[in-house]
Design a protein around this ligand. Structure first.
Ligand SMILES: [Mn+2]
Length: 381
């Protein structure tokens, strides 16, 4: 669920009670059941998690397009029956991917409070914490909701109608199958390219453009089928990953200048102050993905990026006299690395084994000491 350049590897285990992965053998059956349930629905909202990333946008836009194309095929005379809904900050490239597809950016709850629909499909999440803003509305849609996800954690009380394919690196994989069934195609290779392209985007971004440890044969098989439909993957890469603004690069220069190595050069720490943001003109979101740079150092196994932050940015209370520091950690997928999820949990945060974060009411120096100590307690045994 993180942004394109910082996509984390496979979702963590330990599901809450009731939220269980769909057994692999049942995934096709469950997808077929959701497609059959959607067949006669005339007004469908396709939702995804707050702060949508490549997989969230890719899976929601492709499904919205497939549902509307199927509507033409079955001849329902009405405006487009499916619409994608988004809330929270959106990636800069989003408009290019959404194009003319019906989509609404929800800024405040009252915009949707009285919206009605026949069906709601939630993709790439199944957690109330990721759907907070529209939770009261969703609670009124009981019985009308389906979830297509790939995360091992979620809230079972949202709906029982769900497919949770944890063997997939991206939600776009089960959603690709759903699109195929909705459009009555035999194989993914027969999907229209406008459906295949956002699916490819989700698959690419959730795997770090096919370099994370979650890349399995099924990922490459799906990617190959999507490419065969005519997806221009080189253009997609340029459009998504090569659109940086100068302030972000200037902020990266500050981060690299701050780089320190600790613990026999196994831990890299970069620190960004409020002054760095002010002087480069960068926004808080511009610091995403910086760990990728320090991780290129051969000796480094774990990277921490520490950022002075505004508590209000996270909806947190400002404590007088206390500085909030945001911590983002990454660990290399190699033997002898560390479990940054365990380290983050000690600091009151969490995430995945290879990508996790936390926030502390402490200044940069105090935070650094706590982070180094926490990482040191969680080297692989
Ligand atoms: Mn995802």
């Amino acid at each position: 669920m993180s942004s394109g350049s910082t996509s984390s590897p496979s979702p963590a285990a330990s599901p809450k009670s009731g939220w269980i992965a769909t057994p692999s053998a049942d995934v096709p059956k469950q997808i077929a059941a959701i497609a059959a349930w959607l067949a006669d629905k005339n007004k469908i909202a396709v939702l995804t998690h707050v702060k949508p990333d490549g997989d969230a946008v890719g899976s929601s836009i492709s499904l919205t397009r497939a549902l509307n194309l199927a509507q033409k095929n079955i001849g329902i005379a009405a405006p487009s029956r499916a619409r994608a809904w988004y809330f929270g900050p959106r990636p800069s490239w989003m408009k290019r991917i959404v194009g003319e597809t019906p989509a609404t950016n929800i800024e405040t709850f009252d915009e949707i409070e009285h919206e009605s629909c026949d069906a709601v499909v939630i993709v790439d999440t199944g957690s109330w914490t990721q759907l907070e803003m529209i939770k009261p509305w969703l609670e009124q849609q009981r019985g009308k909701i389906a979830i297509v996800d790939h995360h091992a954690q979620g809230d079972a009380d949202i709906t029982e109608r769900r497919v949770v394919d944890v063997a997939s690196a991206a939600a776009c994989q089960p959603v690709a199958e759903l699109c195929r069934v909705v459009l009555n195609k035999r194989t993914l290779r027969e999907l229209p390219v406008e459906v295949a392209e956002p699916l490819y985007l989700g698959l690419a971004t959730d795997t770090g453009w096919f370099k994370h440890s979650n890349v399995k044969p099924n990922v490459m098989e799906t990617a190959a089928a999507l490419l065969a439909t005519g997806v221009d993957h080189a253009a997609l890469y340029v459009n998504i990953e090569q659109r940086e603004r100068l302030p972000r690069l200037k902020l990266l220069a500050r981060a690299l200048a701050s780089l320190e190595l600790h613990d026999q050069n196994r831990i890299a720490v970069m620190s960004l102050t409020k002054k760095d943001f002010a002087e480069t003109g960068a926004q808080p979101a511009d610091a995403g993905g910086f760990a990728d740079h320090s991780q290129t150092l051969e000796s480094v196994l774990v990277t921490a990026v520490l950022t002075e932050a505004d508590p209000g940015e996270f909806g947190m209370q400002s404590a007088p006299g206390a500085m909030l520091t945001k911590i983002s950690m990454r660990s290399k997928a190699v033997k002898g690395s560390a479990d940054v999820n365990a380290a983050a949990k000690e600091l009151g945060g969490g995430g995945h084994v290879r990508a996790a974060g936390a926030k502390l009411y402490a200044d940069l120096a105090a935070t650094k000491a706590k982070v180094l100590a926490a990482i040191n307690r969680h080297w692989d045994k």
